[in-house]
Design a protein around this ligand. Structure first.
Ligand code: NAP
Length: 541
């Protein structure tokens, strides 16, 4: 079975769905491949109990279509996973996208043919699809990672990762359960596991700063208002730093005397959610300012957790709040007041090995029936390097990025012509509302392909010099933030051996959008464009 299309889209999550729709609207033929049995990407795979978005549902949706925005109605401030998955399914049906998606089919590799300037995309069904362009929509946080704990394969119980949760669910009733990891996934899971399990042991290396989500039902008025003002709000959102119409950030905490400082922090804490960080304008920029907010959160942990030693174990002390991705929770700290829940601080009591019956730390064996590895992902690059992309001269993307991802605007990488990435490394991606990031990337790529078609260009490739300059700007933008002062997945620090680099552009969505638009308006400055005639001449020569 061979196919021939203009564009292959990899993935049918929210990025892939919009790419397919927008490309098709412009008359391109598109083949989309999806490993799952249905659409939804992240929200298809992350079916663990408690999975819920930490961006408000009225923002966490497409904004490009008046129909989509007005016909769908969210029920809660933060949508739970089943509702987000239902939204993805509904969008796929509403836009009639399924007929151009091949499900249960993984893209194994893609090889660029320099003579014809096309990609040959190999899929797990044994087919090869030929396409002028490939657009990756494989997810920023989708390549699961489980650290290589000694003896892990010997474990006789069940093991799970939140990002590959069984669709049929898991029965934890009465079982002894271990969770390793307290990032967003672990923190959401832990209260639910504690409810069901006989005993829950949380293995924690770095304590998280988590803020109460304060989820609630949406009221009819706010839904009506959001729908009525959709067009204006969507336009405003496009010109924001974060892809969300935020209230004005507060004053500088360092310039705010007591008691006002605490009053503002208390109000933000009561409001809940990750916008807590925006209560003051300097918290993400200045370590002294950050410490004031961090101390406030530490006091909250001490007030909730009954046992002082457990409270101390759960309290982050050695990195700034927001330096790692801020976590939001429902009843996380209170869960440690339950008699069936313990925390093991791996910094004092490291994991030595996994044995058939449980997890052995330096202090002894913790016998368990189930291990949940909430240990995160090979973020931003993993989903791309796990596909065997072969660019010019057969060079693999994995090798090309061995010393760090190098891209131009986070959209393209030299040596791999006609390959575009949605929300990949060195773009704003996970630092902004994912829907805003996706829409900006898809719209830029579709405009680019349309421009190339109109001018007879068949090949586009980022110049190494453009990448070098962009890489410097990405690093400089992160250096101005506290992300550069923390070891986190934002810099690839969570994966052993991964080159540490700024994986996201921290300059904000509107700045990034303007830069991308400026490059396009300037004839795709920084890229080499080759038209069909020149390609034929090259071949003859
Ligand atoms: P994560 O934030 O990377 O957290 C992984 C956890 O596993 C950390 O606590 C980490 O500890 C621990 N860990 C990793 N390797 C370990 C090892 N060798 N030994 C012991 N502990 C280890 O992953 P995640 O929780 O899956 O979240 C990833 C991202 O997905 C989030 O930051 C967020 O952007 C997104 N997410 C969002 C939501 C939501 O919207 N609510 C939910 C889930 C995920 P260290 O900190 O010490 O490395």
């Amino acid at each position: 079975m061979n196919r021939d299309v203009d564009v292959v889209v990899i993935g049918a999550g929210f990025a892939g769905l919009y790419a397919l729709h927008a490309l098709r609207e412009q008359g391109f033929t598109v083949a989309t491949f999806e490993a799952g049995t249905s659409v939804g990407g992240t929200w298809f795979w992350n079916r663990y109990p408690g999975a819920r978005c930490d961006v408000e549902s009225l923002d966490y949706q497409y904004s490009f279509s008046e129909e989509l925005a007005t016909e769908w109605t969210w029920t809660e401030r933060y949508a739970p996973q089943p509702e987000i998955l239902a939204y993805a399914e509904w969008v796929a049906d509403r836009l009639d996208l399924r007929r151009h998606i091949t499900f249960e089919t993984r893209v194994d590799g893609a090889r660029f043919d320099e003579e014809s300037s096309t990609w040959r995309v190999s899929t797990s069904d044994g087919a090869v699809t030929t396409a002028r362009f490939v657009v990756t929509a494989a997810g920023s946080i989708s390549a699961t990672s489980v650290p290589p704990f000694a003896g892990a394969e010997s474990f006789r119980g069940e093991t799970y990762h939140p990002g590959r949760w069984p669709a049929e669910g898991v029965d934890f009733t009465g079982k002894r359960v271990a969770v390793i990891g307290v990032g967003s996934s672990g923190v959401q899971l832990i209260p639910h596991l504690a409810d069901a399990a006989g005993h829950l042991t949380v293995f924690q290396r770095t304590p998280a700063y988590t803020v109460p989500a304060r989820n609630r039902a949406l009221c009819a008025d706010e839904i009506t208002l959001a729908k009525k003002n959709h067009a204006v709000l969507a336009e405003q959102k496009r010109r924001t730093f974060s892809g969300i119409n935020l209230p004005m950030t507060g004053d500088a905490i360092l310039a705010t005397p007591e008691p006002k400082r605490t009053t503002v922090l208390e109000q933000a804490w009561k409001l809940g959610g990750n916008l807590f960080l925006t209560a003051f304008s300097d918290v993400q920029l200045d370590l002294d300012a950050n410490e004031l907010m961090a101390a406030f959160v530490r006091d909250k942990i001490a007030a909730v957790v009954d046992d002082p030693a457990t409270a101390r174990a759960l309290t982050p002390t050695d990195y700034p709040i927001g330096g790692k991705r801020i976590v939001t929770d429902t009843d996380f700290y209170a869960t440690f007041n339950r008699p069936n829940t313990d925390v093991v601080s791996l910094r004092e009591d490291p994991i030595v090995e996994i044995v058939p019956t449980g997890v052995r730390t330096e202090s002894g064996l913790h016998e368990v029936d189930v291990i949940v590895y909430a240990t995160g992902y090979d973020n931003l690059t993993g989903a791309l390097t796990r596909i065997d992309f072969r660019g010019r001269d057969g060079v693999s993307l994995k090798d090309s990025w061995a010393d760090g991802a190098h891209t131009y605007l986070g959209l393209a990488t030299s040596g791999f012509p006609n390959l575009f990435t949605i929300t990949g490394p060195q773009s704003p991606s996970v630092l902004v509302n994912m829907f805003a990031a996706i829409e900006q990337h898809v719209e830029w790529i579709v405009r680019c392909l349309t421009d190339l078609r109109e001018s007879g260009v068949v090949e586009i490739e980022a110049l190494p010099e453009s990448e070098r300059q962009w890489g410097e700007q990405v690093e400089a933008a992160m250096a101005m933030t506290l992300y550069s002062k923390t070891n986190s997945w934002y810099r690839g620090a969570n994966i052993a051996g991964k080159t540490q680099q700024a994986l996201m552009y921290c300059g904000g969505l509107v700045d990034y959008r303007d830069r991308c638009d400026d490059v396009a308006a300037d004839g795709y400055r920084g890229f080499v464009l080759t038209d069909a005639a020149a390609l034929t001449e090259e071949e003859v020569a």
